[in-house]
Design a protein around this ligand. Structure first.
Ligand SMILES: Cc1cc2nc3c(=O)[nH]c(=O)nc-3n(C[C@H](O)[C@H](O)[C@H](O)COP(=O)(O)OP(=O)(O)OC[C@H]3O[C@@H](n4cnc5c(N)ncnc54)[C@H](O)[C@@H]3O)c2cc1C
Ligand SMILES: *[C@@H]1O[C@H](CO)[C@@H](O)[C@H](O)[C@H]1NC(C)=O
Ligand SMILES: *[C@@H]1O[C@H](CO)[C@@H](O)[C@H](O)[C@H]1NC(C)=O
Length: 483
C-alpha cells in the first residue's frame, strides 16, 4: 500500500515548518468535549476544523436558559470538586461552593420529620452509599440483602433514626439511581472506577449558569464559534480511506484527515451500526452494549410567589413509606409516576422557582406527559405532604425542562459502569475502560476516528470535568501524531 499520508508523515519529519492549517479535522458534537477539543486544537494552531452539531444550539448537556429571575441549568448544574473545570475558571470567580445542608424530610403518613433527625438520615445515606462494597454486584442486589443490616448497625444507639431509616429504603434507592443515572438500581455496579475529586462537591455557577464554562473555553479563540455548524446531524462516518467522509442528514458531505466523535453513549448505543463504515471493531461494539446510560429528569417550576421557607432551607424531600406507596398505587394509579420524585429544591438567585428532581423507571413516562398533567401531579404531592404546614399554596404558572432521554441526540443523562462492563475478557471486576476511547486507525497507525465525550473517560465518566478532559485528550492525540 502506498498511501499518501505516509509520504506526508515523512515530510513532517524533514520539515519543521509543516503547515498545521492543512490538517483538516471534523468534530462531531458541540458539547463540552467538542468545544474542549476545539479549544486545544486552536491553542496549538490546528485551526482547520469544523464542528458539526445536530441540535440548533451549542452546549449539548450543558444547557443554561433564562427562566424566572435568572439562568437555570437544564443539564449539568454543579462542578464536582477541584477538577479541571475548577482550574479553568478559577480566575473568573464563577463558582460558588454550597454548604452541606439537607432538605426537609416529609413523611407520607407522619408529620414533618425533625430536621436534626433528617440530617442524620441523609448523612447516613451518604456514608452507606460511599462505603466500600463487594465486587461484581449491583447496588440493588447488594442493598436488597444488606440495607436492613447496615442501617441497624449504623443506628444501633439511635432507635429514633433507625425506624425512619428503614422506612426510607425507597428514598435511598431513588438517591442511588439519581447519582448513577440509571432507571434501575440493578444495573450499575457497586464497585466502579469512578473517582471523586477533592474539594467542595456541589459548586454552583454564579450568574449565567454552567454555560459560562463554554464561554471561558471559547473566549481566547472566538473563531471557534464561526466553525460550528448547527442543525447538522451526522448520519455516516466512512473512515477506511485516506480521507474520512462524513455525511449528514441534509445530504451534505464533508471530508477530513481526522474525525473526533463526541456523541453520547446513548447515541452510540442506538446508532453505531449505521453511523460507522467500516463497522466498529468487536471489542468497542461490546463495551458500548455493556456500559449503561439511562437518564435523570429535572423540572423547574415557577410559582406566582414564594410559599416555602426563606432561610436555612434548601428544599423538601418526600418519603413514601410502604403504606403510603400502597395507597398511591391503589387510589391514584394514574399518578403513580410521582413516586419517582426525590424532592423539590430551591434554585440559586431564583426566589420563586423550585426544581423537581426525578430518578428511576418512570422517566420515559414523565417525559411524555403534558405540562398540565405534570403540574397536577406536583400539586398532588405538595398537597399530600405540605398542606397542613402552608396555607394557600398556589399552582405553578409555568415550567421548563429538557427531555434528555427522548431526544435522539442524547438518549439519556450520563453513563455508568455495569457489572457486565466490568467483566474484562480475563477477570470479573476488571474493567476495560480504554476500549471506548481507543481511536480507529489506518493500517499505518494514523488515527482517523477519535472518541471523546463523558463516557470515554476512565475515571471521570458521567461528569462534565471528565467530558472536558476527553476533548483535550483527543485533540492532543492528533497534535502528537504530527510531532
Ligand atoms: C440533567 C443532567 C444533569 C447533569 N448534572 C451534572 C452536574 O451537575 N455536574 C456534572 O459534572 N455533570 C452533570 N451532568 C453530566 C454532564 O452534563 C455531561 O457529562 C457532559 O455535559 C457531557 O458532555 P459531552 O461533550 O461528553 O456530551 P454532549 O454534551 O452530549 O455532547 C455531544 C453533542 O453531540 C451532538 N450530537 C449527537 N448526535 C449527533 C449527530 N448524529 N450529529 C451531530 N451531532 C450530534 C449532541 O447534540 C451534543 O451536543 C448532567 C447531565 C444531565 C443530562
Ligand atoms: C484545510 O485543509 C485543506 C487540505 O487538507 C486545504 O485545502 C484547505 O485550504 C485548508 N483550509 C484552510 C482554511 O486553511
Ligand atoms: C461474584 O463473583 C463470584 C466469583 O468471582 C461468584 O461466585 C459470585 O456469584 C458473583 N456474585 C454475583 C452477585 O454475581
Amino acid at each position: 500500500m502506498n498511501k499518501p499520508y505516509k509520504t506526508f508523515s515523512c515530510q513532517i519529519h524533514f520539515s519543521l515548518s509543516f503547515d498545521k492549517v492543512m490538517v483538516k479535522i471534523l468534530i462531531i458534537g458541540a458539547g463540552a468535549a467538542g468545544i474542549a477539543a476545539a479549544n486545544r486544537l486552536s491553542e496549538n494552531r490546528f485551526t482547520n476544523f469544523t464542528i458539526l452539531e445536530a441540535e440548533n444550539r451549542v452546549g449539548g448537556r450543558i444547557y443554561s436558559v433564562k427562566f424566572g429571575n435568572a439562568f437555570v441549568d437544564l443539564g449539568a448544574e454543579f462542578c464536582h470538586g477541584e477538577n479541571i473545570i475548577y482550574d479553568l475558571v478559577r480566575k473568573y470567580n464563577l463558582l460558588k461552593p454550597t454548604e452541606m445542608i439537607f432538605p426537609q424530610l416529609c413523611h407520607s403518613s407522619k408529620e414533618l420529620v425533625r430536621q436534626d433527625i433528617a440530617d442524620e438520615l441523609f448523612k447516613a445515606f451518604y456514608t452507606i452509599y460511599m462505603a466500600p462494597k463487594q465486587e461484581n454486584q449491583s447496588f440493588g442486589s447488594y442493598f436488597d440483602q444488606k440495607y436492613r443490616e447496615i442501617v441497624t448497625a449504623h443506628f444501633q444507639d439511635k432507635s429514633h433514626c433507625k425506624g425512619l431509616a428503614l422506612e426510607s429504603f425507597d428514598l435511598f434507592k431513588k438517591w442511588v439511581t439519581s447519582y448513577e443515572g440509571s432507571f434501575s438500581w440493578y444495573t450499575p455496579t457497586i464497585v466502579s472506577d469512578y473517582q471523586i475529586c477533592k474539594g467542595n462537591h456541589l459548586m454552583t455557577w454564579q450568574g449565567n449558569g454552567c454555560g459560562s464554562l463554554l464561554k471561558v473555553l471559547t473566549k481566547k479563540y472566538p473563531a471557534i464559534e464561526d466553525k460550528i455548524i448547527l442543525n447538522k446531524e451526522v448520519t455516516d462516518i466512512i473512515w477506511d480511506q485516506d480521507e474520512a467522509v462524513v455525511k449528514c442528514q441534509d445530504g451534505s458531505r464533508y471530508t477530513a484527515d481526522h474525525v473526533i466523535v463526541t456523541v453520547s453513549l446513548g447515541v452510540l448505543k442506538e446508532k453505531h451500526q449505521s453511523l460507522f463504515y467500516p463497522p466498529l471493531p468487536n471489542n468497542k461494539e461490546t463495551i458500548i452494549r455493556k456500559l449503561g446510560m439511562d437518564s435523570i429528569h429535572q423540572i423547574f417550576f415557577q410559582f406566582p410567589r414564594r410559599w416555602w421557607p426563606v432561610s436555612e432551607f434548601i428544599g423538601f424531600s418526600f418519603l413514601w413509606d410502604e403504606e403510603g406507596m400502597d395507597d398511591l398505587k391503589r387510589n391514584n394509579a394514574d399518578k403513580f409516576w410521582v413516586k419517582d420524585l426525590i424532592g423539590l429544591f430551591c434554585v440559586d438567585q431564583n426566589p420563586n422557582v423550585l426544581e423537581a428532581w426525578f430518578s428511576g423507571e418512570f422517566i420515559p413516562t414523565i417525559e411524555s406527559l403534558s405540562e398540565e398533567i405534570i403540574i397536577e401531579g406536583i400539586m398532588f404531592v405538595i398537597e399530600k405532604f405540605l398542606k397542613d404546614r402552608f396555607v394557600d399554596i398556589p399552582r405553578p404558572n409555568g415550567f421548563i425542562r429538557h427531555n434528555w432521554y427522548s431526544n435522539p441526540h442524547f438518549r439519556g443523562g450520563y453513563s455508568h459502569q455495569t457489572i457486565k462492563s466490568r467483566e474484562s475478557s480475563t477477570e470479573i471486576g476488571m474493567s476495560e475502560p480504554n476500549i471506548l476511547a481507543e481511536p480507529l486507525c489506518t493500517s499505518s497507525g494514523k488515527p482517523m476516528v477519535l472518541f471523546a465525550g463523558e463516557a470515554t473517560h476512565p475515571i471521570y465518566y458521567s461528569v462534565l470535568h471528565g467530558a472536558i478532559e476527553t476533548g483535550f485528550r483527543e485533540a492532543d492525540r492528533i497534535i502528537a501524531y504530527y510531532k
